[in-house]
Write a protein that binds this ligand. Structure first.
Ligand SMILES: [Zn+2]
Length: 343
């Protein structure tokens, strides 16, 4: 994913004048659940942060999942096998893509359906590839990243949601079908901040050098004619001190779902992670899934007000297992599970 500076900067300027000395905007209620209708809370089963952590480490152990490399193929096979082991209906969507720096890469999206017969559906999206270069790194700019948070943690959270759902007896399943949709080639885009001197060979692509898997899926929906009530995109959800803010495009396309997720997080004790802060638009898979008809919320790690729009480890070699924290994974995984059980 990348930041869209022209949107982020005015938003930040506004925020800085609105709340010079506090994390919480003055116009936000002290209790974010105040005034919300009482929901019939069906308690979701426990999300295992230990399993999610192990699933993150397993992906990282393959090595960087850069499209075209053997580690990428092996990890893709592993993800397909795990989702099948959990009993989901798994489909693969192979495709070929061209990158901004002249590569032709073989990719695949992975779609796994829980309760495929259910009419009402919710999608959980993540990307499973990793960025081929640490262009935001101060030193190792050409090294591929481990993508422990940026990639693996989100896939691991989606997998652990799938595993938890699959273990429930029929009487304790959510009312909705859940589709785990893992995109490839999200992170091989041209970053005009860090790669200003690298020519973009896809002259007419603009910012569409990113999110190649979700763009392909949006044009070739799998399953055919796919529809969901909404989607939740997970991206960078595993790092220590992870914080999640209400991103502009998510609010524009799916504000009621943003409210649902943030209210749920507060109700089950994760308001330290899900901040009531509205922040600027970023480019991520949620743009293309929304364009394809699935209004989508992006849950991604965003430092609180005053900082950069991405955490310090983003697209650097520091994005490795040493930054992964079970507590952050628990906050996100349990919140998403609870949202599914409230449907
Ligand atoms: Zn990334």
């Amino acid at each position: 994913m990348k930041k869209l500076l022209f949107v982020v900067l005015p938003a930040l300027a506004l925020l800085l004048t609105a709340c010079p000395s506090t994390d919480k905007p003055a116009d936000q209620p002290a209790d974010p659940t105040a005034g919300q209708p009482a929901t019939n809370v069906r308690k979701a089963p426990a999300f295992s942060a230990d399993t999610a952590y192990a699933l993150t480490a397993r992906q990282v152990a393959f090595g960087p999942r850069v499209p075209g490399r053997p580690a990428h193929v092996a990890c893709g096979n592993y993800l397909v096998a795990m989702l099948k082991r959990y009993g989901l209906k798994v489909m693969e969507q192979p495709f070929e893509a061209k990158t901004f720096d002249g590569h032709t890469i073989q990719c695949r999206n992975i779609v796994a359906q829980f309760q495929p017969e259910a009419a009402r559906r919710v999608a959980v999206f993540a990307h499973w590839d990793t960025r081929p270069f640490a262009d935001a790194d101060k030193v190792h700019k050409n090294a591929p990243i481990d993508g422990a948070s940026d990639g693996a943690s989100a896939v691991a959270t989606a997998l652990e949601i799938a595993r938890t759902l699959s273990q429930q007896p029929a009487a304790n399943r959510p009312a909705v079908g859940v589709d785990i949709i893992l995109f490839d080639a999200e992170d091989w885009g041209h970053d005009d901040t860090y790669q200003a001197d690298v020519p973009n060979q896809l002259k007419d692509a603009g910012t569409d050098t990113w999110c190649l898997g979700s763009q392909y899926w949006g044009k070739h929906l799998l399953p055919a004619g796919y529809r969901a009530e909404y989607g939740i995109l997970l991206d960078m959800v595993g790092a220590k001190n992870g914080r999640f803010t209400r991103e502009s495009l998510s609010l524009k396309n799916a504000r009621p779902v943003v409210d649902k997720i943030w209210t749920t997080a507060a109700k089950i004790g994760y308001s330290d992670y899900f901040l009531y802060q509205d922040t600027g638009e970023i480019l991520d898979d949620h743009k293309y899934t929304a364009d394809a008809g699935v209004p989508t919320v992006d849950i991604y790690d965003h430092p609180p007000y005053g900082g950069e729009s991405f955490p310090a480890y983003h697209h650097t070699t520091a994005d490795n297992m040493s930054i992964i924290d079970r507590k952050t994974m628990k906050a996100v995984g349990q919140t998403v599970l609870q949202v599914l059980y409230n449907e």
